[in-house]
Design a protein around this ligand. Sequence first.
Ligand code: SF4
Length: 317
Amino acid sequence: MKVQRLTDEVLEIDIKGIDAPIANALRRIMLTDVPTLAIEKVILFQNTSIIQDEVLAHRLGLVPIVADPNEFASIEYDSTNTAVSEPDEYNTTVMTLQITCSVNPNASLAAPPHIAYKNDTVYTRHLVWVPQGDQEKRLRTPIRPVHDDIVIAKLRPGQCIEAELHLQKGTGRQHAKWSPCATVYYRQMPHIEIVEPFTGSEADRLVKLCPMGVFDVEDITSMVDTAPANSQKTAFVARPRDCTLCRECVRDPNDEPRIRLLRHRDYFLFTVESSGSLPPEQIFRRALQEFEAKAKEIESSMDIPRYVTPICAEDAE
Ligand code: SF4
């Protein structure tokens, strides 16, 4: 494995030596089996905004939340998908939303809504965390939305929203709001072979043909004094990972037999984009742990004896 790029939101990592089903299983585990915290219950005391209660609750549920899921227990569900655990400070935390829109007495009549009214837009920054029990001391990071400026609703003077929000741990398998990933995708490493060399002006033409700059020109005469007099500049594959397999370089029927566009079967270029609730490298690491746990679960449920190293006759003596 080799990390190519790591930012707060994106991880690009190369993995060699695995098959496509394993790569796809890893991708799916990242999307659906890495837990996060999300708003699960919305208790509305007042909502006089134009947005309906159920739409408001749905929007709140989709707000990505920064929290360490390891610090919370999961809610247990029975066979009818009904929660059987009682909410407490170990499996639930609480946020509140209390906001009222009013006229700004200092604004002119022609002022736009964001100046004419106070609190005309409800943002995620208006959500206030209310720690339960010893959560303020016990949790290493305060619970907060990933972004402060996600629009939740619009209000006009006299309208208000008053709600209590219960946040619980879950996975993308239960609902997409718990998925820690905006997206996860992979592609196989391109493998480009130049079967018949492109030299001289042909080499320059090939370099210009590729929109991704995959090819470069090697000019031996300018690099080595002892190069043969008849040496010519030659095109070579300089940046294979940039190839998008657009086939532009083999569009001309004369070029088609000269270049082979292939892909490595066991070399995957992964991109993990986080929703912000967990750093992308943590999503990847937790997915690997989850993968290992699943493999062990399958192994332990197999009804065949474990492989035992045979004792050779000489050792036995
Ligand atoms: S397939 Fe497209 S991107 Fe890849 S080498 Fe050819 S022209 Fe470049």
